[in-house]
Design a binder for this molecule. Sequence first.
Ligand SMILES: NC(=O)c1ccc[n+]([C@@H]2O[C@H](COP(=O)([O-])OP(=O)(O)OC[C@H]3O[C@@H](n4cnc5c(N)ncnc54)[C@H](OP(=O)(O)O)[C@@H]3O)[C@@H](O)[C@H]2O)c1
Length: 331
Amino acid sequence: MIQTITLNSRPVGKPRLTDFKFVSEEMPKITTDEILLKTSYISVDPYLRGRMSEGKSYIAPFELHKPISSGAIAEVVDSNNSDFQKGDFVSGLLDWKEYQKSKGKGLLKIAPSKISLSAHLGILGMTGATAFLGLTEIGAPKRGDTIVVSGAAGAVGSAVGQIGKILGCRVVGIAGSEEKVEMLKNTFGFDEAINYNTTHNMTKAIAEACPKGVDIYFDNVGGSISDAVLANVNRFARLIICGSISIYNETSIPMGPRVEGVLIKNSALMQGFTLGDYAGKVPGAIKQLSQWLLEGKLTFAETVVEGFNNIPQAFMDLFEGKNKGKMIVKI
Ligand SMILES: NC(=O)c1ccc[n+]([C@@H]2O[C@H](COP(=O)([O-])OP(=O)(O)OC[C@H]3O[C@@H](n4cnc5c(N)ncnc54)[C@H](OP(=O)(O)O)[C@@H]3O)[C@@H](O)[C@H]2O)c1
């Protein structure tokens, strides 16, 4: 028998372990054109929280009592499909199952390389592409610009900051602990970093860290951190709204200051980003990120949790900031 994880109930506020259910099922049997996949790594991502709720979004909600799915890497352990051989590793959107069968649609074969397999869920996957495309397509960085990144020590944020440095910008990160602040400066090369959990006046701290004001804000968290950044933007600033994890678990959306005045006075651009809108540009982004990785210009961090049984907890830990870099579960 194999294990699968289904959505047992729609979370209200913070997700709880009881919102997930482990179900035993028979080992799948493959037929014509099918492959059998053994899951190697599962990506847990903040956006999955949105899919656990009902309501219209850019991606359909999970169905109750059906398997949850997310980015994953799996090994082909049996194949009746000439496009895939036993021993291939693939990445794609897969169910939270130990084993599953597939016809291979939507799966990408991972070519053997010096870069670790799990990197294809982070810096060479969805979060790396999000960082690159959000920053370059909406942020349009110019040498000397000041970029502020929230959620800076996470998967997307740590990549954004490093890309900003490669492109010649001054980069300031915001994260939730002293350890993360140190990591931003020492591992990822940010010019400044602010711990929002110990900083009383964020507006002042951002002003001090950005003496020339903020040209680009890459927002992963929303809420009061973003309010403080907004108070420091320059004329023609670009605000990339990528995520708002600080409010994903709120049962009613908290009010903040009105943004219209700031945007008008500064002729600033605020634009929501979803990777799906840039699907055609993802391969180019991944190619550039791989090149920077191989050249040593870019690095990445991962928090790797071991064990299929720990997938729900690893997901919930994202909301407690327990990850540095990409949160991944190794099966
Ligand atoms: N639009 C898109 O296409 C797209 C694609 C990928 C990701 N995203 C979004 O981008 C953001 C980052 O995603 P990721 O995968 O890179 O996750 P991540 O940043 O690796 O992990 C989440 C981090 O969020 C921070 N956090 C949690 N609760 C917070 C709160 N209340 N206030 C401030 N920070 C909080 C934590 O760091 P601290 O310790 O610093 O608090 C935590 O480590 C998410 O909002 C995600 O939904 C959007």
